[in-house]
Write a protein that binds this ligand. Structure first.
Ligand SMILES: [Zn+2]
Length: 176
């Protein structure tokens, strides 16, 4: 779909309403997109073959998707840089569609992971809620069932802050 000013806004409203099931709906759409890509009319923006997930925290001033989205737009970006935002109550909201390159992991490594890694952001800085950790686990599990995810990584040493055990998450989802 042509992604310019109005579409992301509409997408956000819809997703906000359906926030509880946002991830499952979207992943279902993603699979449909992959099937369609092989047919006569290829999608203009086929779903990417994501190979990794990068986990972030938002910082204490950004406790919901709307605030993060507003902040990222204020920097001149199209929309929220993360693909998913997990709010304090464990609700998973779609930040940007999975057919778009993220804007979340340019730093932290000597190379950018924006084109290869799905960005998930936990609202808060540390001491994430049990609901958030559970939602993070479920989100990663579902994404790994739908994409060839080979790595689940922190953004950098301080992001996300203490409270999320990436090693355990990786072991549970990827078995290593
Ligand atoms: Zn980060």
């Amino acid at each position: 779909m042509g992604i310019k000013p109005t579409m992301p806004h509409i997408t956000m409203i819809v997703v906000t309403c359906l926030s509880v099931v946002a991830l499952s709906l979207f992943v279902q759409n993603s699979s449909a997109g992959l099937r369609k890509a092989g047919q006569k009319k290829p999608l203009a923006n086929p779903i990417r073959n994501w190979t990794g997930i990068v986990i972030h925290h938002s910082g204490s001033n950004y406790d919901n998707l709307e605030k993060i989205d507003a902040y990222h737009r204020s920097k001149g970006w199209d929309m929220c840089g993360y693909h998913f935002v997990i709010e304090r109550n464990g609700i998973v909201k779609e930040g940007r569609p999975l057919n778009k390159t993220g804007a979340h992991a340019k730093t932290g490594k000597s190379y950018s992971r924006n084109k290869t890694h799905i960005g998930i952001c936990l609202c808060g800085t540390d001491n994430f809620s049990a609901e958030q950790i559970k939602a993070l686990y479920n989100s990663c599990k579902r994404l790994a069932q739908n994409f060839p995810i080979a790595s689940i990584e922190r953004h950098h040493e301080e992001c996300p802050g203490p409270g999320v055990n990436i090693e355990l998450l990786r072991e549970k989802i990827l078995g290593r």
